[in-house]
Design a protein around this ligand. Sequence first.
Ligand code: FE2
Ligand code: FE2
Length: 360
Amino acid sequence: MRPELIEELRKETAGEDLDLSWLEKPAAQHGLRIAPGKRGLTLEDIATESYGDIPASTRNQTGRMRGAASRPDAQSTQQMWPSKSASWSESAMLLYEEAVQRQWSSATDIPWDQMPELDDDIEMAMSQLCTFLTQVEFIAGDVPGQYAPNVSAEYFEVGLFLASQIMDEARHLDVFRKRALANGIGLLSAGPGAIGLLTAQDFTEMASTLHLVGEGFVQSMFRMGELFAQSEVDKRMFRLAAQDESRHVAFGVMHMKYVMDVQPERREEIHTYLDRMEGQLGAGSAQAGLTGGGATSEALAILLGGGTSEAQLNEGYRKLLAIRKRQVNEYMHRLEVVGLGDRRERMAPMMQMLLDPPRN
Ligand SMILES: [Fe+2]
Ligand SMILES: [Fe+2]
């Protein structure tokens, strides 16, 4: 702003004790104008010039947003992580924008009024699966939620993405709870479903166990929802949830890839997290654990086979094995993308036996 204009303003407002000195300190990139692209004005569009300089580490623990001027008297908090690798994911901006654009409502985007009357066994199985999933989704929101205060404002895009994931998981919890209650059965017993995820002590540990493994398995299962959904209501529910899970998995994969690129010395540490996670998933029979305990696996088999006769159960378990194979092979693919392809030799035996041979 022109100095004479500032003087003029000061005179005009004399008596009100205005400072206005900030008008003489334009932003470092004053004059930078950004036009929207094909997808509107996105976070990636504004991460440009100096606003796109994302430091590898920072002493900014004050909540000062990246690119804003510093303030010498700002209160500092030690809870914000100083390093980019602690939480960064190259896909955070893109996935946050996608999440905002693709929010849906479990109240109005599911055709609840078209819910058919299903056999009791099928309804019981769907309620069993949904009871398990409500608990899994509750935990899937709490786990990333506990790290939100640790993300520095230098890396705020990660915080925004985590907020979108927590909102998605809230909606998943509510849609599966609504489904369990919608047709007269109600909630059954969830089993331990995903409770072990709450023990993660570190963000990368969480990305390994929640995003790379847990949500990856859920995503593969939801994507195959057409196989076990018995109505348009259920198909739509799993389709919409799968779309959200893809974002969560992609965020975690890109975080892990970043960590492996800049901190390759953490490889063995990450393998240890995966050893523990795979051990938990593989507990019990080879069929159990990957997407729930025994009761949830049985429920899935009933849904997949269409009933509880011997022939239907055989068919159900045959299809369940196809889901397990897809879960494990998609997991292996994610490991390769991250740079942990050596996991193939180290994977828990009950998962390893479901792997397809390497592609090359
Ligand atoms: Fe979810
Ligand atoms: Fe998720």
